[in-house]
Write a protein that binds this ligand. Structure first.
Ligand code: FPP
Length: 247
């Protein structure tokens, strides 16, 4: 399997898992069937990322905008998250996976909140890949919450506005302590960020895969990793050969 892996492995991969509904529609199945098939790909993606030596895998499981979906679909998605944590937590723990959760904890059902806390607490000391579950997550909401925290610190006199830097902001958003994603993958052919990791993805490479999330298998994941390996990241600087010639 090593030969499938690019030399330049991203430390942090973030995925927008899109296309479950279309996958189900194409088969004449209810949308929930697509989400259920999507959960199986979540398990496979964690394993594939860990084998490829990716250190952080962030998955967009439920956005703060997803509450606008039909009541039944929201309830099915909640059920699937419960199912995933109940079924897979022990195995994730055994495989040394550390689970982290980003997103707003307010307005989520108490039992789900408790499951998320349990997943984080139980795996806190694990040293393998970090699986970051973005749940009830929206990047603008995350920034608003961070700004409020910083404003409170200023108001109470604990922080001088002049001392606020990018590091201050990075330390108040949900991903504090987690490196920025190097690679953002979105499945289903859509080419949007949809309010996902707006701050963190400033220098990420984007790979848009045409396949629907329930079809995103090991081979598709490696295809995205290989595409990343071919990219030339400059972070706003000049390409190395040009530097050598020009200045
Ligand atoms: C987008 O497909 C997918 C989602 C809104 C939910 C993703 C959730 C899962 C894969 C399952 C739960 C996750 C975990 C981590 C256990 P869509 O429904 O928008 O598809 P469409 O654009 O084809 O309608």
């Amino acid at each position: 399997m090593r030969s499938e892996t690019p030399i330049n492995v991203p430390q942090h991969v973030a995925i927008i898992m899109d296309g479950n509904g279309r996958w189900a529609n194409a088969r004449g199945l209810p949308r929930t069937a697509g989400h259920r098939a999507g959960v199986e790909r979540v398990r496979e993606a964690v394993r594939t990322a860990a084998e490829a030596d990716v250190k952080y895998l962030t998955l967009f499981a439920f956005s703060s905008e997803n509450w606008n979906r039909p009541k039944q679909e929201v309830s099915d998605l909640m059920g699937l998250l419960r199912f995933f944590i109940r079924r897979d937590l022990a195995e994730l723990h055994r495989e040394n996976v550390r689970v982290r959760v980003i997103g707003c904890r307010q307005s989520i059902q108490p039992d789900i909140k408790a499951l998320l806390v349990e997943a984080e607490e139980r795996t806190r000391e694990n040293t393998g890949i970090s699986l970051v579950i973005a749940f009830n997550y929206g990047a603008r909401d995350e920034m608003v919450r961070a700004v409020r925290e910083i404003a409170e610190a200023v108001k109470s006199g604990d922080m001088d506005p002049a001392s606020i830097t990018e590091t201050t902001v990075a330390g108040h958003i949900d991903t504090a302590g987690i490196p920025d994603p190097d690679l953002v993958i979105r499945t289903s052919g859509e080419q949007r960020l949809s309010n996902f990791l707006l701050w963190q993805a400033a220098y990420a490479e984007f790979v848009f895969m045409p396949c629907l999330w329930p079809d995103f298998d090991r081979a598709a994941f490696h295809e995205a990793l290989n595409e990343f390996g071919r990219r030339d990241r400059r972070y706003g600087a000049v390409a190395a050969p040009e530097l050598a010639v020009g200045s």
